[in-house]
Unconditional design. Structure first.
Length: 155
């Protein structure tokens, strides 16, 4: 069912990736290609990374259709680092009155962006986020659900 929704170019949902989780770049000092070492936040810590990410965000997220109310971002980052970095990209791509909804969500009044655990997370991250175990990450799952419910109520 998910695959069919992704493949449907005229469907209700749009799909994309801001930046792949690990980005490689050529390190001229080492003379080799090296990974960014992790999530987009580490890539965007560089001037080059910021230029790429902000450019992509501006091109593809800057002028979303007015029907778009909710954007789900896969990934939280350590201590919310990916949430903060992605928010920075959204704010630069879509200047406006951004505000914090909660620890995993933010909005400009037109769209709300909600970060969820990445579906490809390994280990216990998904069960912890879903609240299947007693873990502090379950709180983030509840915050995400709350933010989505708030958007759903206003649509």
């Amino acid at each position: 069912m998910v695959e069919a929704a992704i493949a449907d170019q005229h469907g209700r949902f749009g799909w994309g990736s801001l930046i792949r989780c690990t980005v490689e770049r050529f390190d001229s000092n080492k003379g080799e290609w090296v990974g960014s070492g992790g999530m987009i936040d580490q890539f965007m810590a560089t001037t080059f990374g910021q230029t790429i990410a902000i450019g992509c965000a501006t091109k593809f997220l800057g002028a979303l259709p007015p029907e778009t109310k909710l954007v789900i971002m896969f990934g939280l980052g350590a201590g919310g680092s990916y949430v903060a970095t992605a928010r920075n990209a959204f704010e630069k791509a879509r200047p406006g009155a951004w505000h914090t909804v909660n620890e995993v969500a933010y909005s400009d009044g037109k769209i709300t962006v909600v970060h969820v655990e990445h579906f490809a997370s390994q280990g216990a991250n998904i069960p912890n986020w879903l609240g299947e175990t007693e873990h502090q990450r379950a709180r983030l799952g509840l915050l995400a659900r709350s933010a989505v419910a708030t958007v759903h109520q206003t649509c």
